[in-house]
Design a protein around this ligand. Sequence first.
Ligand code: ASC
Length: 129
Amino acid sequence: QFAKPQDAVKYRQSAFIVMAASFGRIGAMVQGKAPFDAKAALQNAEVVAFMSHLPWQAFGPGTDLPDSHAKPEIWKEMDKFKADANKLQEMTPKLVAAAKTGKLDEIKVVFGETAKTCKACHDAFREEL
Ligand code: ASC
């Protein structure tokens, strides 16, 4: 699927960047840093939900490159890594459902739960460079 390991790294980093940008737009509303816009919240939640499926396929064998944020634990504990990815994929449709209510309070709760799944996986598997 990827011609070079570097291509896989670029792919997964790009997917995370797009997901984080959309998640961050919802976060700004939740934190009162941006005005609440129900339509934009829903559009961004849908992007997050879609993107939550993409990065994982790019963590194949041989893509453990230095200078990436990926800890070697990903490849040593691939089952746990996949389980963490699944937790995110179970949360993101709930974020979409919350956005569909149009109620910021409901979005806030699910946003917080979703952010916890991001953080749990980062704590185990993401290196701050
Ligand atoms: C974000 C973002 C993350 C997560 C994480 C949650 O908005 O870019 O990586 O939330 O900070 O703890």
